[in-house]
Design a protein around this ligand. Structure first.
Ligand code: FE2
Length: 184
């Protein structure tokens, strides 16, 4: 299990956000497979490594992804919305998605504790209802972002917004700013 290797560059920030969603979905699937592995093989080194990989991903990658959206994408979208109806949609949607981020993070805290208890031997099983809740909330959230947020952002943001968004996302990861070959 590894951190996401983005097949796309930060010169296309929306694709980076979508790639991060695919990676989150992959790690959720891995979480949901864990219980079967536990039953079949017990808590051997292979299952421990899978647990540690899932913990590392959700602790390191997801906060950066949420920050990309909350600190970079949402504010640019709100600034770009000139028409009153667009402003209201952008505000309502970004507020709703931020609340969902906090809810997902709260459920993750409980999943995280369950995974730590598994590693320490304090728990023998995954809390499957909790994992299913985490999975459902996150997958629904991703679907909402891709069906509502991405199209709204695509309509509202200017080329210059996309360039500054891609640059901010790269810098957040300590990477050099991307070049924008088609920039005016
Ligand atoms: Fe997202």
């Amino acid at each position: 299990m590894s951190l996401p290797e983005f097949p796309v560059g930060f010169d296309q920030p929306i694709l980076v956000l979508a790639a991060c969603h695919r990676s989150i979905e992959e790690h959720i699937k891995a979480l949901n497979r864990l219980q079967k592995s536990l039953v079949r093989r017990g808590l051997g080194e292979e299952v421990r490594a899978a647990v540690r990989g899932i913990i590392k991903f959700f602790l390191e990658v997801v906060p950066i992804h949420h920050a990309d959206e909350e600190l970079e994408l949402f504010p640019r979208m709100l600034r770009a919305a000139e028409a009153m109806s667009d402003r209201a949609s952008a505000f309502d949607l970004s507020s709703h998605l931020m609340v969902e981020h906090r809810d997902i993070e709260e459920v993750w805290e409980r999943v995280h504790q369950n995974l730590l208890d598994l590693l320490s031997g304090e728990a023998n099983d995954l809390d499957m209802p909790l994992c299913r809740e985490f999975s459902r909330r996150y997958c629904d959230h991703i679907r909402r972002e891709e069906e509502l947020l991405f199209p709204l952002a695509a309509r509202l943001l200017s080329d210059s917004d996309w360039r500054s968004l891609g640059t901010a996302m790269a810098l957040r990861r300590g990477l050099p700013a991307p070049s924008f070959p088609h920039a005016a």
